[in-house]
Design a protein around this ligand. Structure first.
Ligand code: 3Y8
Ligand code: NAP
Length: 249
């Protein structure tokens, strides 16, 4: 009997959850519990950390998990590293469903930085009007560049902001080019800061920046340990079928 664990939190995870539910497979969708109202899923959902690698190994055994599909965001490096270590320890097959990084296209004005700290360092110059579309968890890092006016986009309303001059938009995406272009014009943005998330859900701001002729500070994704990787739901479903998971219902 198979029981899949989907490490979720992305558009791709949601697409896989739909395919797995339609195939009638036993599966659990896992959220970290980062936001107040995560999107509902067509599968049983669990919310919260596992308790590191050991906690995940215990969970895999206790729940009789037979395969893990890591569909977490490319910047969720700790979860992905834990999944590689725990599945190796538990002898459970692991596959990642991930999306290729965005690549600059003609007309783009990107400069790449290797991480959040380098992005903050790149903001050491005179006051800019910055669209800081990297979420909530790393806002504190940007407090060392308080001279800028920041436009923030957050999933949940913040209690307090660590930045003295900031406007916060509460919106969870996926976003549209027209919406992001209007937002950036309305706020007279002159620089966009983005994680290289890949996928479609947050690409709109990059297209809007190109249309507006704005520079983008692109934060490259962290290194992940080697693991089996797929880029489409169909490839994951094919892997499950090859592993003898009965997809017929
Ligand atoms: C809790 C689960 C869907 C999936 C929606 C995708 C698309 C929109 C792009 C911008 C960038 C950002 C942020 C973003 C994107 C999708 C996808 C994606 C970026 C939800 C979700 C959870 C989270 C967590 C949240 C982080 C934050 C990051 C906002 C659900 C909506 C900025 C990453 O307040 C917080 O603590 C938020 C934390 C991790 C990064 C950060 O550092 O703050 N995502 N995002 C997941 C959990 O609990 O396990 O409710 O759906 C999922 C989505 N976020 O189809 O609806 O798949 O990439 N999420 C980044 O890429 O820079 C927004 O604003 O342009
Ligand atoms: P992270 O830094 O890699 O993980 C930190 C810890 O959070 C993990 O060690 C684990 O706790 C817990 N965790 C993370 N993802 C989990 C999941 N899907 N289910 C159960 N526990 C999880 O992760 P993150 O960057 O905070 O991302 C958290 C969630 O938000 C993930 O679902 C991710 O897909 C989603 N997300 C993140 C981003 C982003 O920019 N980082 C963007 C979009 C969506 P334990 O060690 O206790 O097990």
């Amino acid at each position: 009997m198979s029981h899949l664990l989907i490490l979720g939190g992305t558009t791709e995870a949601n697409a896989l959850a739909r395919a797995v539910a339609e195939a009638g497979l036993e599966a659990t969708y896992s959220y970290a519990g980062r936001v107040h109202n995560p999107r509902p899923q067509p599968l049983p959902v669990r919310v919260g950390g596992f308790g590191g690698v050991e906690g995940l190994v215990r969970y895999l055994g206790a729940e009789g998990i037979t395969r893990v599909i890591d569909c977490t965001h490319p910047f969720a490096a700790q979860m992905s590293g834990n999944a590689v270590a725990a599945c190796a320890q538990a002898g459970i097959p692991l596959a990642a469903l991930t999306r290729p990084p965005w690549r600059a296209e003609p007309g783009d004005q990107w400069s790449h930085v290797p991480g959040i700290a380098a992005a903050v360092a790149a903001l050491s110059g005179p006051t800019r009007r910055v669209f800081l579309a990297v979420g909530r968890m790393h806002l504190q890092d940007f407090a060392s560049a308080p001279q800028h006016h920041y436009l923030l986009r957050l999933v949940d309303a913040p209690d307090a902001l660590p930045l003295p001059d900031a406007d916060a938009i509460i919106s969870r995406g996926p976003f549209t080019v027209a919406g992001d272009r209007a937002l950036m014009e309305q706020h007279r943005i002159d620089l966009v800061v983005s994680k290289n998330a890949g996928g479609h859900g947050a690409r709109a701001k990059l297209e809007a920046a190109r249309q507006l002729g704005l520079p983008v500070l692109m934060i490259d994704r962290p290194e992940l340990p080697p693991r089996r990787e797929f880029s489409t739901v169909a490839q994951v479903m094919g892997w499950l079928a090859d592993q003898g998971v009965n997809l017929g219902v």
